[in-house]
Design a protein around this ligand. Structure first.
Ligand SMILES: Nc1ncnc2c1ncn2[C@@H]1O[C@H](COP(=O)(O)OP(=O)(O)O)[C@@H](O)[C@H]1O
Ligand SMILES: [Mg+2]
Length: 358
């Protein structure tokens, strides 16, 4: 399993890794937790701190003690994964046999197609979407363009490349209030609602802090859609299944980082208490979004339902994978236990690899 990594969601990934390892059938699987951060000791695209962390990982094996505050309720699991973890370089570079990799990485470097490309090159089967679908879904501008082309309602908005005069003008033209978010990050980091014109520049600058730097760094300024927050997971290989709809209710202004990961900050209702035809509509959109982007194995489409509109915000190709995350919760509501769900992902990855072999 790949867990840890270099994204803003490293802690969550470690927590998921620990839970996955504990939930897979030990009679069938021999599990090794591999940290791909070890590959990145000389990568100029990560921070100096991450490169140091990678060096320490290579030298000392696991035992990377986090030096920051961990999400409430997940501290123990994150620490246990940190202790068990092996640098991915040690196993993968030595061409030791790996039957399949379960990717428990979220966000940049894990969910965006790059690790998938490495695994394709090494010829190692992996769970979830291919390089292309992963990369498309990770880029909210690309994903919206494709979903829109398939007739799916997506929020109207502007894409800005900085905080210059033209950018701010384009952002204001969307019409306040707006929702500002990085194009290629997850977990709501750097996202905010802007109601006053004078707060726009600051919000865009904040979103850029979480956008991978470089010439293609962009921030989305979208119309703020108010409504009920729904999310629909799709699983399957050839036969796709939309899982029961989940509604997310939070006391916070939107489904932000704390609402997502701190215990007690939001309520997730599954199946959502919505009319049957609304649930069907949400599931149909999620199935279409999954197919439009060419996802494989799993996806989770985030939606806002205004009572009239049902807008797709994004498609997650590696949805949260702790036992209490949204997709595992929806699977449980459909009668699929966490361990069984994970085994299905692995079987689909192996099936797919078998069919592609020459
Ligand atoms: N256009 C929008 N209008 C209102 N709320 C939004 C909008 N876009 C995102 N949000 C809120 O922000 C959260 C995170 O946005 P999302 O696009 O799902 O990105 P990610 O989950 O990758 O950070 C959503 O769950 C929703 O609460
Ligand atoms: Mg989301």
């Amino acid at each position: 399993m790949l867990t840890g990594g270099a994204s803003a969601e490293r802690d969550i990934s470690l927590a998921a890794g620990a839970q996955i390892a504990a939930s897979l059938d030990p009679a069938r699987f021999e599990i090794v937790l591999l940290d791909p951060l070890a590959f990145m000791a000389r990568n100029p695209e990560v921070t100096a701190e991450q490169r140091d962390q990678a060096q320490r990982l290579i030298k000392g094996g696991g035992r990377l003690e986090p030096d920051h505050q961990l999400p409430r309720g997940l501290e123990k699991q994150i620490e246990s994964a940190s202790r068990a973890i092996v640098p991915a370089t040690r196993v993968m570079a030595n061409a030791e046999p790996i039957d399949v990799v379960l990717i428990a990485l979220f966000g940049t470097w894990g969910e965006d197609g790059r690790i998938q490309g490495l695994l394709d090159t090494l010829g190692i089967p992996y769970t979830g979407s291919s390089v292309l679908a992963s990369a498309l879904a990770m880029d909210k501008v690309m994903a919206k363009a494709i979903l829109g082309a398939h007739g799916i309602d997506v929020p109207r908005g502007a894409v800005v490349r900085g905080t210059g005069r033209n950018d701010l003008e384009a952002a204001r033209a969307v019409g306040l209030p707006v929702f500002v978010k990085p194009v290629a990050s997850g977990s709501s980091v750097g996202a905010s609602i802007v109601e006053r014109a004078e707060d726009l520049e600051q919000a865009i600058a904040e979103a850029f802090r979480f956008e991978p730097p470089g010439p293609n760094a962009r921030v989305l300024v979208e119309e703020r859609i108010t409504g009920r927050e729904l999310t629909v997971a799709v699983i399957g290989n050839d036969d796709l299944q939309a899982l029961p709809v989940i509604e997310i209710k939070t006391k916070r202004a939107f489904f932000d980082y704390s609402a997502k990961y701190d215990a007690g900050e939001s309520e997730e209702i599954c199946p959502a208490e919505i009319p049957e035809d609304v649930a069907k509509r949400a599931q149909a959109i999620a199935l279409r979004a999954h197919a439009a982007l060419g996802c494989r194995g799993m996806s989770r489409t985030d939606l806002l339902w205004s009572g009239e509109r049902m807008a797709a915000l994004e498609v997650n190709t590696i949805p949260g994978m702790t036992a209490n995350s949204l997709l595992p919760k929806a699977a449980r509501a459909a009668g699929i236990e966490f361990g069984d769900l994970l085994a299905r992902f692995i079987d689909w990855a192996l099936d797919d690899a078998r069919r592609r072999a020459r």
